[in-house]
Design a protein around this ligand. Sequence first.
Ligand SMILES: NC(=O)c1ccc[n+]([C@@H]2O[C@H](COP(=O)([O-])OP(=O)(O)OC[C@H]3O[C@@H](n4cnc5c(N)ncnc54)[C@H](OP(=O)(O)O)[C@@H]3O)[C@@H](O)[C@H]2O)c1
Length: 216
Amino acid sequence: MTHVLVTGCNRGIGRALAEAAVKRGWQVTGTARTDFELPGVEVLACEMTDIKGVAAVFDGLPPLDILINNAGIYGPDSQAFGMDYGGFAEVLAVNSIAPLAVTEACLPALRAQAGSRVLSISSQMSFMGYRKSTRLAYRASKAALNKVMQGVATDLEHEGIASVLIDPGWVRTDMGGPSADETPGAVARGILDIAERVTVAETGKFFRFTGEERDF
Ligand SMILES: NC(=O)c1ccc[n+]([C@@H]2O[C@H](COP(=O)([O-])OP(=O)(O)OC[C@H]3O[C@@H](n4cnc5c(N)ncnc54)[C@H](OP(=O)(O)O)[C@@H]3O)[C@@H](O)[C@H]2O)c1
């Protein structure tokens, strides 16, 4: 049975991912930082800013087919000049650093399953092809995530473990707001379809949730 781990499974895209994976009959492990229960999901307590804690959470995890680094934050209101620098550091900790720490902590479980893969939820806002300056901390954190996960792809390719980035579009969650284009359910289904089919031959790529490759 496919075993998937979804970080931040208590709401938004992460919750939709966990629910969709249960529907597919998969073994589902999730993380949340508050008390949370979801039928069919084993929920582990994990605060992403506590990097040492992250390392311990995944000790003894059973063999893992798919890791989805989903937990993320949008960060403080002021993100250009007048930056809330503490807030910027927190955004980098959650969005860029924790996914690497989670991936490293899950390596024994990923190595125990042939053809395992890591999907990390990035954003269109990481795009280097324009100069937008709003939400700089968030944009920079997702660009950093892309670079980190490209490096992970390079380092794990020889072990047959894939690492890809996902652009989920603009999604109706607490982060995306009520006017966003996509529903969490539709986005989750698209992401799980990619997770099911992606192989190490495509490692290092950046995909829209609909499955097409996109530019960084
Ligand atoms: N929504 C969009 O339009 C959109 C677009 C592009 C990319 N994304 C990305 O998609 C992912 C999910 O976004 P979403 O829209 O579902 O966001 P959301 O509804 O705000 O949910 C965020 C999730 O991340 C968890 N999280 C945040 N900070 C954490 C921390 N320090 N430690 C542990 N867990 C933490 C939250 O847990 P708590 O409930 O405990 O806070 C929650 O489960 C994020 O990486 C986001 O950047 C979203």
